[in-house]
Write a protein that binds this ligand. Structure first.
Ligand code: FES
Length: 231
């Protein structure tokens, strides 16, 4: 495999060299060639992985049945593919309840997850309440992935601040006795809804939160919804 890759790279190097020489002889032809991708080799398609820029149609193929490597590919349309905060699709998806994890995946430890481009932590406290909080503690930024799940909420493992599932700061040990931090501030949290072994989150504007949609397909006679993690 490595030998093949090495040969392919050498071959591409020779092609590049020939193109450079050709450039000196015929600048117009060479400019066209240089603007195109190199001919592809079946074994060397590493250059395709993760590419997002426009690739022009390759001029020549050098293996049989290799049209797969000859397709034109469009550039990424970020208006359609990005779902982080503030993006068109991200804001659209945030208007609906989204399934974020399986209920069965909430165990003794908090679970770090990335949903719609946001790093979060999801957990079920010992009362049975479920929470989805911003990953980093508002005090000094420690990851709540390492927090301690308590009877009520989750406690940061660094200085011990305690957060309820709705973002209420319940305790701020280490702060002066007259500190009003916990009465004035909240940690970022999203509402959750548990249904049919799934946990759904609403990550949109709180004032526009819709009721959880109870679809008729959830209750088809003779059917039972179940979910499992993909492997
Ligand atoms: S960093 Fe979390 S309590 Fe200090």
């Amino acid at each position: 495999m490595f030998a093949v890759e090495h040969e392919a790279r050498k071959s591409h190097g020779r092609i590049r060299e020939r193109r450079t020489k050709s450039n000196q002889r015929d600048p117009i032809l060479s400019a066209r060639l240089l603007s195109r991708p190199e001919p592809f080799n079946r074994e060397d398609h590493s250059s395709f992985e993760g590419e997002t820029t426009m690739v022009e149609r390759a001029p020549f193929l050098n293996t049989a049945y290799s049209a797969y490597y000859h397709r034109e590919r469009p550039t990424e349309d970020e208006e359609l593919t990005r779902v982080g905060p503030g993006t068109p699709c991200g804001e659209y998806l945030r208007r609906f309840w989204q399934p974020i994890t399986l209920a069965g995946e909430l165990g003794e430890l908090p679970r770090r997850i990335r949903i719609l481009g946001e790093d979060l932590v999801v957990f079920r406290d010992k009362r049975g309440a479920i929470g989805l909080l911003e990953l980093h503690c508002p005090h000094r930024g420690t990851s709540l992935e390492f927090g301690l799940i308590g009877e009520k909420g989750i406690r940061c493992c660094y200085h011990g601040w305690l957060f309820d599932v709705d973002g209420t700061i319940l305790e701020t040990p280490g702060e002066p006795a007259d500190s009003t931090l916990k009465d004035r501030l909240f940690h970022g949290a999203y509402p959750l809804h548990e249904h049919a072994a799934l946990i759904f989150a609403f990550m949109g504007p709180p004032d526009n939160r819709p009721l959880f949609p109870h679809l008729v397909t959830y209750d088809l006679p003779g059917y039972k919804i179940f979910a499992r993690a993909s492997t």
